[in-house]
Write a protein that binds this ligand. Structure first.
Ligand SMILES: [Zn+2]
Length: 692
């Protein structure tokens, strides 16, 4: 291993493949090197078993303890541990804290998402965590004092290492400012936020100075700050450049793999910046050699070891989690569909569906934007009538994309709709289900979207297929700016090629996971029950699709009308003379005549065989109707059905009549037994028409 002097730091990203399993590392443990190892993680976001996972991390820590000595290995995390997956959401963070305690973290800096379950829960979670919690810029405004220690020290023989924590003020926008206010809107907690960044820089500098006064030989920043522009002026690079005294800064928040970067501090001294990515993409290993004054850094990308005890513990947590998954959290009176229940054909990627509307409405309601957009490919499963479990919700949105909002021009919205509609009537994962907006896709216009070699949107070179876009009641104004709620997959990562969002102004980001958005909407906005407003599985006319068939139908209708008129006149005369005797054989005779007449008329008007056949079929149908309508009293065929728990007229209409909206027909037929069509008593026997 090459050695580098302190203040001349060099990095190594290492692929470390270890065949170790269990707790076998005897050989090197007898002698220790005097070096101090700091293992760091960040933004695990509930990925408890992804990549090496917590059990792998625990094994790695034990291996390091074997090499460097138990007292010389420190394990730290730079935040965003308890949110990002169902296991975090459903236990409001607790299961993750339990696992972290089992692994044995020494130091923890809260990230913005530790606050997702709101302040009282945040405080509980930080109390449960057995590691030291530090952060220098989270202030209790009632005392003007930091809520936690601003730094902590570890001592290793005669070397003292200080750790200074800092948490991004982005927290205010990724959660809600109201989490940090009292009922009257007074600010109760602050992250030292201001427009210049000075507040955070000062808080961090005070902590560094205090740590140095307390005897620190090395000062390590542990920050949940990140390097994204949107986090300016609180990026780790900003904080390093505006303070003095850090040797190393271990970062998080932007999910960036930083093998190692040298950033100059306020005094021009070099500070080593490292971050491990997210979800155990890597774990960081920092080695300080006090004798030589060197610091080395590695990122461990792969590790095969597993700590059996931690794994067994995770298994037991998973069992408890299973129970939570099956818990009923809401109810639906209607089938929420991604497919046509009659044919089983998937519809969520090429037309409006009620589940698409529900999901898009959830985003718009949560973020209070003009419109909500959800890609059809992000809606993965139906929800059937009756109870909704946590698992049902997670199956709809299994990806855990983060809700966010942006400000964009009307042109960007039009381009996004066009990109989504470029394959219609074929499927496209980027097909947009919408809220607060209606639009028409004219599939008779050829797609002219230009994409680059990666499939990302470039331009629309011809006529737009998307037309008549309305934002609420107003036509879309291409120049005007609109707020849009969706998720980071589309708005930040430009999934499905949605690169038109690249210049969007971010309003709020990383607000909550997609599945949380959905359940929140059902529980908080709909009162826990999805009802009649979503009853039609094909939605409510937010997306209109014009196809060739529609045009043909229009033509047919026009022709039909002309034919009908001509026929009517001729027939009326015949009927007048023949109807007097009024029996079935006359009606049948008439029907035959209608058909003959129709064939003649059609032949004279067109040579299109399909059209002729269609018309003949229609006329046959008309003739049959005529016959049966007059056949004394019409017999209504129906069967008897006993109402079960969970049934509604709407559901039965959907199931047996093919359309939930026909529930009123069911009601009409059963008026004598049903008092209120909203409350059909279990055990009631009703009549349901038999349809062919
Ligand atoms: Zn974060």
């Amino acid at each position: 291993m090459e050695i580098f002097m302190k203040r001349n730091l060099v990095l190594m990203a290492t692929m470390l493949m270890s065949a170790l399993t269990g707790n076998v590392y005897a050989v090197e443990s007898a002698e220790t090197t005097g070096e101090i190892v700091i293992i760091h993680t960040n933004d695990i976001h509930c990925a408890i078993e992804e990549n090496m996972g917590y059990a792998g991390l625990a094994a790695y820590k034990t291996e390091m303890e074997g090499i460097y000595g138990v007292d010389n290995v420190i394990l730290v995390d730079a935040g965003d541990a308890v949110q990002g997956g169902p296991i975090g959401i459903l236990s409001t963070g607790e299961y993750i804290i339990d696992i972290m305690n089992e692994v044995g973290y020494d130091i923890f800096v809260p990230g913005n998402h530790e606050y997702d379950y709101e302040m009282p829960r945040f405080i509980e979670l930080m109390d449960m965590l057995e590691s030291e919690v530090i952060t220098s810029n989270f202030i209790d405004m009632s005392t003007n004092e930091p809520m936690f220690d601003t730094y902590t020290l570890t001592k290793h023989n005669d070397t003292t290492i200080a750790y200074v924590g800092v948490t991004t003020p982005d927290t205010l926008s990724t959660t809600s400012p109201t989490y940090f206010q009292d009922e009257d809107g007074n600010i109760m907690y602050s992250f030292c936020e201001d427009f210049t960044g000075e507040g955070v820089y000062n808080a961090v500098q005070d902590a560094i100075d205090a740590a140095v006064s307390a005897g620190a030989d090395y000062v390590i920043g542990i920050g949940h700050l990140g390097v994204s522009d949107v986090s300016s002026p609180w990026r780790s690079t900003d904080v390093i450049a505006n303070t003095s005294g850090f040797d190393v800064f271990l970062d998080g928040h932007s999910h960036t793999v930083i093998e190692g970067e040298i950033v100059e501090d306020k005094d021009g001294n070099e500070v080593l910046l490292a971050q491990t990515g997210a979800k155990f993409e890597s774990i960081g290993k920092l080695v300080i050699n006090p004798d030589l004054g060197t610091i080395t850094s590695e990122l461990i990308m792969e590790y095969d070891g597993t700590d059996d005890d931690v794994q067994a513990y995770i298994d037991s947590i998973n069992q408890e989690f299973e129970v939570l998954l099956n818990e009923v959290v809401a109810k639906t009176d209607v089938v929420l569909a991604t497919a046509d229940p009659q044919t089983g054909n998937r519809t969520i990627r090429n037309q409006e569906t009620n589940l698409g509307n529900l999901a898009a409405d959830g985003y718009r309601a949560l973020l209070g934007t003009d419109i909500g957009l959800v890609n059809g490919g992000g809606i993965r499963a139906d929800i059937s009538i009756g109870d909704i479990s946590n698992n049902d919700i997670i199956n709809v949105h299994p990806f855990g994309n983060n809700a966010m909002s942006v400000l964009v021009s009307g042109q960007v919205i039009l381009d996004a709709l066009e990109m989504g509609a470029r394959s219609t009537p074929g499927e496209n994962g980027g097909f947009l289900q919408v809220s607060g907006l209606t639009y028409t896709i004219d599939t008779t216009v050829e797609n002219s979207v230009v994409v680059d070699e990666s499939g990302a949107f470039v331009s629309v070179d011809g006529e737009y297929r998307v037309k008549d876009v309305m934002i609420g009641e107003e036509p879309l104004d291409l120049e005007k700016e609109y707020s849009v709620a969706s998720h980071d997959y589309m708005l930040v990562y430009f999934g499905d090629g949605m690169a038109m969002f690249k210049d969007a102004t971010i309003l709020r980001e990383k607000v909550m996971a997609d599945n949380e958005v959905l359940i929140n909407y059902i529980v908080n906005d709909l009162g826990g029950i999805v009802g009649d407003e979503y009853s039609d599985i094909n939605g409510e006319g937010r997306i209109t699709i014009i196809s060739d068939e529609d045009l043909e139908e229009e033509l047919d209708e026009e022709l039909d009308e002309e034919l009908d008129e001509e026929l009517d006149e001729e027939l009326d005369e015949e009927l007048d003379t023949e109807l007097d005797e009024n029996n079935d054989s006359i009606l049948q005779l008439l029907a035959t005549e209608i058909v003959t007449e129709a064939e003649l008329v059609v032949e004279t008007e067109t040579n299109d065989e399909d059209l002729i056949n269609n018309l003949i079929n229609e006329l046959f149908a008309t003739a049959e109707e005529l016959i049966s309508a007059d056949a004394s009293e019409q017999i209504q065929d129906y069967f008897f059905y006993i109402i079960e728990d969970g049934d509604s007229l709407c559901w039965l209409a959907q199931k047996y009549l093919g359309n939930g909206n026909l529930f009123l027909e069911l009601y009409e037929l059963n008026k004598d037994i049903i008092e209120d069509y909203n409350k059909v008593k279990i055990g009631t026997t009703i009549r349901i028409p038999i349809i062919d």
